[in-house]
Design a protein around this ligand. Structure first.
Ligand code: GTP
Ligand code: SPV
Ligand code: MN
Length: 599
C-alpha cells in the first residue's frame, strides 16, 4: 500500500515529508487497514472523532451541563495500568538495557510483534497522529508520530501533546528525526500484550493494550524511556518529575522540579494551594509528570514539560485535597475507569461529599455503598488539558524552559525517611535519587504497598542501563556549573498505629518554603550525617493544628533505622554490576562507617 500525501480540509498538503510517507506506507502494508486518517489536530476533527467514539461505545457522554465536553471510558478490566513485566527495552545487547529492564533482542522483537501487527487493522481505520513533546519550536522538543487503531488513543493524545498540523510543520519537509510509534489494541489479551522500545531506532511498538502509559506513546515510552536514552546520548536529562514555580508575596519566583514515584503525589504537589498562613504565596504548575532538562548558557538547569495535558490519578482527588485539579477536570476531560452517578456525574473514592447511594462502577455494573468492591478503579485517571488549570504557569509553553533552583526526591515511606532533608552537594543529591525507595501503588499491575527501590522514580521508565544512568547524573555536574540544590522529602511517614504523621497536600507548602529559602541561601539548617535538616523553629508551623511532637516524629532521624536502610542498598547496588558508579558505593560505605563512629 503506497500512501499519498495527506491534505487538509482546504485541499492543501499537510505534509510532503517522504521519510514520514514511506514509514506510514510500510506500517500500512504491515497492518493492512481499510483506510488511513491523518490527524490535523483541528476542532472539527475532535468533534468528528468524539461522535464516532460515542457511536462505537468507546466513550460515553457525561452530564454535559455539569461536565461540558467530558466523557467516560471503561477499559477492559484486564487492562487498567502499566504492565512492567510486559514492557521491554530492545537494545542490541542485554547489557545496554541493564538489569532493571526486561530485554528483547531487537530483531526477535520486530519479528514477534510483526506477526501480531500483521493484518491487525484489517477492515478498520488507521490513525496517523503527529505530535510534539515540548513547546513548538523549542530546541528541547521532539517530534513523534503515533500510528494507532484506537480513537481513544487519538482523543487522549490530542489532550496530552501538541498534536496534528503543528507537529508536521515542526518536522518539516525533509527531516527524518521523528519517533516512530506503532500501536494496535488487538484483542486486549495480556498474553499478547507487549510494549517494546527500540531506542537506537527511535521506535516504539505497543500491542495488546488500550491503557494510558502503555499506549499514549508520547508519554512514558517517548518522553521517558526513549527520552532518557537520548538524554544520555545528547547530554540532557529526561525525568519523571513535576515542575512548579513558587511565587512569594513580593513576586519572587523560584522553580522546583520533583521526582516522586507513580501515584506518590506529583500532580497534587504541582497544583498545591498554600494554607492560609502563607498569604500571598502562590504555586504555578509548569508540569505534573515529566521534565526535560538541559543546561543553559548560564550553567543553570532549564526544564520544559514535554506534555500538554494531565493524565492524573482520580481517586483521592477532591476540592479538599486538590481544588485546582477539580477545576481542571470540570470540562473537556476524558475519565477512564471512574464510577458514574445516575445523573451522569463522575465519582471515585475520596471525592467530596457523601457517597452516592447508587452508582455504575468502573466495570459498568450497578454499585451501592454495600458493595465490597471499589466503585472506581484505584488507578482510575482523568485526561485534561493543561490550559484548564487555574494555576498554570505562564511559562508552561516557553521554548526556553524555566530555571530550576531545587530538585526534590521523595518516596512513599512509612518509616526511616524524614519529612525533609537537603543534600550537602551534588554527589549526595545523586545518592538520594539513586537510593530512593517507595511502596508500590496501583499505577502498575502487581502487589501494592511493598517497598522497592525506585531510583529517581525512574525504575519503570529508564530506557537504558540504570548504573549508566546514575553515572550520567554524576557526570552532569561538570556542565551544570550553577546547580540546583537537592532535597529528599517524605509525606508518607506513619506513626505506630499506621496513621500519617504529616497532613500533606497544601501543608507541604511549609516544607517547600524551607526548600526555597535553603535554595536561596537565606535560612539555617542543622547538619546530620545524611544532610541538612530544618533547625528547631525553621519550619513554619504556625496555624498547623497537629501536635508538635507529631512533627518531631515526622522529621526525626533514627540512626538504627538508617543503618538497616543503608545495609539494604547493598543488594540493589550489587545487582547493577560493574556499571554501578563507585562514588555512590563509597558514599554508602562512608555513611555506614560514620554511623558506627557515633553509635
Ligand atoms: P503518576 O501520575 O502516577 O505519576 O502519580 P503522581 O505522582 O502525580 O500522584 P498524585 O499526585 O496523583 O497522587 C496520588 C496519590 O497520592 C493520591 O492517592 C493522593 O491522595 C496521594 N497524595 C498526594 N499527596 C499526598 C500527601 O501530601 N500526603 C498524603 N498522605 N497523600 C498524598
Ligand atoms: C505513572 O504510572 O507514572 C503515570 C500513569 O503517570 S501512566 O501514564 O499510565 O504511566
Ligand atoms: Mn507518572
Amino acid at each position: 500500500m503506497s500512501v499519498s500525501a495527506p491534505v487538509d480540509s482546504a485541499g492543501k498538503p499537510l505534509t510532503k515529508n517522504e521519510n514520514l510517507l514511506k514509514w506510514v506506507s510500510e506500517m500500512a502494508q504491515l497492518t493492512k487497514p481499510e483506510r488511513i486518517v491523518w490527524c490535523d489536530g483541528s476542532e472539527e476533527e475532535k468533534n468528528r472523532l468524539t461522535e464516532e467514539a460515542v457511536a462505537q461505545k468507546i466513550i460515553e457522554p457525561l452530564n454535559q451541563e455539569k461536565l461540558p465536553g467530558c466523557y467516560l471510558h471503561r477499559s477492559n478490566p484486564n487492562d487498567v495500568a502499566r504492565v512492567e513485566q510486559l514492557t521491554f527495552i530492545c537494545t542490541p545487547t542485554k547489557e545496554e538495557a541493564g538489569p532493571t529492564n526486561n530485554w528483547k533482542d531487537p530483531k526477535e522483537a520486530y519479528e514477534q510483534l510483526g506477526k501480531l501487527f500483521d493484518g491487525s487493522m484489517k477492515g478498520r481505520t488507521m490513525y496517523v497522529v503527529p505530535y510534539i513533546m515540548g513547546p513548538a519550536g523549542s530546541k528541547m522538543s521532539k517530534v513523534g508520530v503515533e500510528i494507532t487503531d484506537s480513537i481513544y488513543v487519538v482523543l487522549n493524545m490530542r489532550i496530552m501533546a501538541r498534536m496534528g498540523k503543528v507537529a508536521l510543520d515542526m518536522l518539516g519537509a525533509t527531516s527524518n528525526d521523528f519517533n516512530r510509534g506503532l500501536h494496535c489494541t488487538l484483542d486486549v489479551n495480556p498474553e499478547r500484550r507487549f510494549i517494546c522500545h527500540f531506542p537506537q531506532d527511535n521506535t516504539i511498538w505497543s500491542v495488546g493494550s488500550g491503557y494510558g502509559g502503555n499506549v499514549l506513546l508520547g508519554k512514558k515510552c517517548l518522553a521517558l524511556r526513549v527520552g532518557s536514552y537520548l538524554g544520555k546520548r545528547e547530554g540532557w536529562l529526561a525525568e519523571h518529575m513535576l515542575i512548579l514555580g513558587v511565587e512569594s508575596p513580593e513576586g519572587e519566583m523560584t522553580y522546583v522540579a520533583a521526582a516522586f514515584p507513580s501515584a506518590c503525589g506529583k500532580t497534587n504537589f504541582a497544583m498545591m494551594i498554600p494554607p492560609k498562613r502563607f498569604k500571598g504565596w502562590k504555586i504555578w504548575t509548569v508540569g505534573d509528570d515529566i521534565a526535560w532538562m538541559r543546561v543553559g548558557d548560564d550553567g543553570k538547569l532549564y526544564a520544559v514539560n514535554p506534555e500538554f495535558g494531565y493524565f492524573g490519578v482520580a481517586p483521592g482527588t477532591s476540592y479538599d485535597s486538590n481544588p485546582n485539579a477539580m477545576k481542571t477536570i470540570s470540562r473537556d476531560t476524558i475519565f477512564t475507569n471512574v464510577a458514574r452517578t445516575p445523573d451522569g456525574d463522575v465519582w471515585w473514592e475520596g471525592k467530596d461529599g457523601a457517597t452516592p447511594q447508587e452508582l455504575i462502577d468502573w466495570k459498568g455494573n450497578a454499585w451501592t455503598p454495600a458493595s465490597t468492591e471499589k466503585a472506581a478503579h484505584p488507578n482510575a485517571r482523568f485526561t485534561a488539558p493543561a490550559t484548564n488549570n487555574p494555576c498554570l504557569s505562564k511559562f508552561y509553553d516557553d521554548p526556553a524552559g524555566v530555571p530550576i533552583s531545587a530538585i526534590i526526591f521523595g518516596g512513599r515511606r512509612a518509616t526511616t525517611v524524614p519529612l525533609v532533608m537537603q543534600a550537602f552537594n551534588w554527589l549526595n543529591g545523586v545518592f538520594y535519587g539513586a537510593t530512593m525507595g517507595s511502596e508500590t501503588t496501583a499505577a502498575a499491575t502487581g502487589k501494592v504497598g511493598v517497598v522497592r527501590r525506585d531510583p529517581f522514580a525512574m525504575l519503570p521508565f529508564c530506557g537504558y542501563n540504570m548504573g549508566e544512568y546514575f553515572q550520567h547524573w554524576l557526570a552532569m555536574q561538570s556542565t551544570i556549573t550553577n546547580p540546583p540544590k537537592v532535597f529528599m522529602v517524605n509525606w508518607f511517614r506513619k506513626d505506630k498505629n499506621g496513621k500519617f504523621l504529616w497532613p500533606g497536600f497544601g501543608e507541604n507548602m511549609r516544607v517547600l518554603k524551607w526548600v526555597v529559602d535553603r535554595a536561596r541561601l537565606r535560612v539555617g539548617g542543622q547538619e546530620t550525617l545524611f544532610g541538612w535538616v530544618p533547625k528547631a523553629g525553621d519550619l513554619d508551623l504556625s496555624g498547623l493544628d497537629i501536635p508538635h511532637d507529631q512533627v518531631d516524629e515526622a522529621t526525626a532521624i533514627d540512626l538504627g533505622e538508617w543503618k538497616t536502610e543503608l545495609e539494604s542498598y547493598d543488594e540493589f547496588f550489587k545487582s547493577l554490576g560493574d556499571q554501578m558508579p563507585r562514588a555512590l558505593k563509597l558514599h554508602r560505605d562512608l555513611l555506614l562507617a560514620r554511623i558506627d563512629a557515633v553509635t
